[in-house]
Design a protein. Structure first.
Length: 257
């Protein structure tokens, strides 16, 4: 009997040790991933910016850094694509010479961005944000890119009329859908097709130059949808759904298709 109890105790002890080690390894992996500089980062703050916002300074899309490895970097300055060598070690990033495409983009503060990708900078990852530091000053802050990409179908609509209309009452023919890809948005408003551009920086979202067809669809609240859509200023992902805000007021919820 004592032998059986001893064996059971030994087995339980081994299970506890193995479980503890697995948990520690998983935790270490998660922490390591969160602290890794590798992958894509999107600009959310930069020193010496003349415009009042990132979306105004970079109307074609926020600059990006993509650390392919600790030796190789690709990037965008909001106008041109960049590629070159980089050295990441001991909390520092050393930028080498970067090759660039040669497009001319009006009203883009690309030079302010590229001028900062020079020499050696310290870096820190805090609250899922990448800080690039010169001396003791944070000169640029980046966040992981938004997850807007894909096609989304409207699931909830909150109109200004505050009526008790259901989604089917408002959109009897088809539910509005949006597809976000490569800074372009397309889809429909329940009646007409729409196409345009968008800029997403952090959780801010701005629609740009949106055009739509001009069909008339009786009984469809397409005008109410477009009023909300054109005034979108931020978004959030919640429980796998896309929530859009117009003038900081929750107006629409979409589910992934």
């Amino acid at each position: 009997m004592k032998s059986v109890i001893f064996r059971l105790t030994l087995v339980l002890s081994l299970i506890i040790v193995i479980t503890s080690c697995t948990t520690m390894n998983n935790s270490t992996s998660v922490n390591s991933d969160k602290q890794s500089i590798l992958g894509k980062w999107e600009l959310v703050q930069i020193n010496q910016m003349k415009a009042t916002s990132i979306s105004e300074a970079y109307p074609g899309g926020a600059p990006m850094l993509n650390f392919i490895s600790t030796k190789m970097l690709s990037a965008s300055d909001g106008c041109n694509s960049l590629n070159g060598g980089v050295t990441v070690a001991d909390g520092e990033v050393t930028f080498g010479d970067m090759m660039s495409t040669m497009k001319a983009c009006a009203n883009v503060e690309d030079n302010n961005f590229t001028s900062k990708l020079k020499g050696k900078l310290k870096y820190s990852i805090v609250d899922d944000k990448l800080l690039l530091i010169q001396g003791d000053i944070v000169i640029m802050t980046f966040a992981r890119p938004s997850t807007l990409a894909g096609t989304w179908e409207l699931e909830e609509f909150i109109g200004k009329d505050k009526s008790a209309k259901t989604l089917n009452d408002r959109f009897p023919n088809k539910k509005p859908m949006l597809t976000f890809q490569n800074n372009m948005v397309s889809g429909n408003d329940g009646c007409n097709s729409l196409n345009g551009a968008y800029i997403a920086v952090g959780n801010s979202l701005t629609m740009k130059n949106v055009a739509s067809t001009r069909m008339f669809c009786e009984g469809v609240d397409d005008a109410a949808f477009m009023d909300r859509f054109n005034n979108v200023n931020k978004f959030e992902m919640k429980d796998g759904k896309l929530v859009l805000f117009a003038n900081d007021i929750k107006t629409m919820v979409f589910k992934k298709k």
